[in-house]
Structure formats: structure tokens, C-alpha cells
Ligand binder design. Sequence first.
Ligand code: ATP
Length: 255
Amino acid sequence: MAATIELRSLAKTFGSGPQAVHAFGPADLTIPSGGFVSLLGPSGCGKSTLMLMIAGLLDASRGEILVDGKRVAGPQTDIGIMFQDNTLVPWRTVEGNVALQLEMRGLSPGAHAGRISELLRSVRLEGFAGRYPHELSGGMQQRAAFCQALVHDPDTLLLDEPLGKLDAMTREGIRTDLQALWMKRRPTVVFVTHSIEEAVQLSSTVCVITPRPGRIECAIDIDLPWPRDLDVKSTPEFTGHVHRIQGIFRDYGVI
Ligand SMILES: Nc1ncnc2c1ncn2[C@@H]1O[C@H](COP(=O)(O)OP(=O)(O)OP(=O)(O)O)[C@@H](O)[C@H]1O
């Protein structure tokens, strides 16, 4: 069962006194079970800070985060995390890197071999299971990292700009894979991006975050049909959402 995540008056300030940096909040938000929620905001508005707090890797300064009604008080184990820079280790093959996530959780990769190959197939890496990361393109490495994040079938997936360093064509292809993976298993996804179009294409809800200290300006439900392929981008509904969000960032002087 995918997790429901609630932010309650959540805020983060780094340091204290004149050196203090008010990075995020206060913010209230409910991320529903199985939702795909994007955090869309300018650089430095506290998106990564929020992700680390949801993962339980960073304490809140004020407020709290509840996952399925339970307060987050330390590192969460039932999550998959992915960052802009992948965490593949160079001395393991693609398959070995995916298996590592199971080993770290005390699970037997042998017992999950079917799942590993199913995931690799779903991101079109089945022929590369025995290759090492340096033998893959950047896009293929990120696809392998998706498999790492998903192999233990987590309730929650935290994706912090996983496509940020990829070229436009590769991004488009991986969006399709990511959307298919989400539709199949429906974990709760929190997805950080700078791209308005990417957020509208992938999300059930787009949270528009203001410049630092990041506050949730609005949470926009995107009720376009799934799956959302390239054609959806030319619909008036899609462009309407994009223009509305552009207008908000223009008013803040961000674009
Ligand atoms: N460990 C830290 N110590 C002090 N300040 C920090 C720390 N981590 C983040 N900050 C500050 O908090 C603010 C928010 O940073 P954060 O990385 O969360 O932003 P972001 O929205 O993810 O940015 P980007 O889109 O550029 O990745 C920034 O001003 C940053 O300098």
C-alpha cells in the first residue's frame, strides 16, 4: 500500500543567529497515497531540503511530517530515493548494483531475480544486466538507478531531479518509462524538477514552490488522462496549466 505523506507547519532553518538560512516553509501539504506530486520551484527554494526531511535524513526545525499517520523521526527504510547524480557503484554490474539495494536490506537477490530482470526489461536495459556503469550512457545509468530505487517495491519514491543532467531527447524517453513504472505499481512519488512541462506531464498534482524560503504557493491538480504521451503536450488543457504556472513564476520575478 502506497504511503500518505502529510506536512504539518513544516519549516527548516539552517544555523542560527545572523548566519541563519531560512530554507523552507512553513508549509502544510497532504500527498495522497499513490499520488505523483511534483515540487516545482526555482533554485535554492528548499526542494532538496524538503526531500531530505521526508526521507528522515534531516530534522525539521518546526512542524512535523507524518507518513501514514506516523511521525517521521529518523531515516525511512520503506522508500526508494534517486538523485541527479546516481549512486551506482563502479565495481558492480548493472544487475549487481540493483541487487545491492536488496542486500543492504537483508533480502536475498537470488529470491528476487525475476523482479530484477522484470525491472531491467521495463526500462529497456535487459541486454545490459552484465555491463558495468562506465559502459552505459548517462540515460542508461539513470534507468539503472530507477531499478535500484524500485527493486524493494517501496511505498514511496523520492526523486530529486533524476533527469536533470540528461539531454532533452533522453529525458523524454525516461519520462515515458517512469510514468509506466508508476502506473504499474502506483507508489507515492515525490518528484523534484525545474521543468514546468515535465511537472505537468508527469504529475497528478504540481506543487508550485516560491523562491526561498520556499512556501507552497499552490497545489494544482492535473486531471489529464493517463498515460500522457507527447500528444498531450499540444492539448489546450496542457498548455493552459503550463501558462498558469509560468504566470506565477513571472509574478515572482523568477522567469
Ligand atoms: N546543510 C546546509 N547548511 C546550510 N544551508 C543549507 C544547507 N543545505 C541547504 N542549505 C540552504 O538552503 C537553501 C535551500 O537549499 P536546497 O538545496 O534545499 O534548494 P533546492 O530548491 O533544492 O535548490 P536546487 O534547485 O538548486 O537544487 C539554500 O539557500 C541552501 O544554501
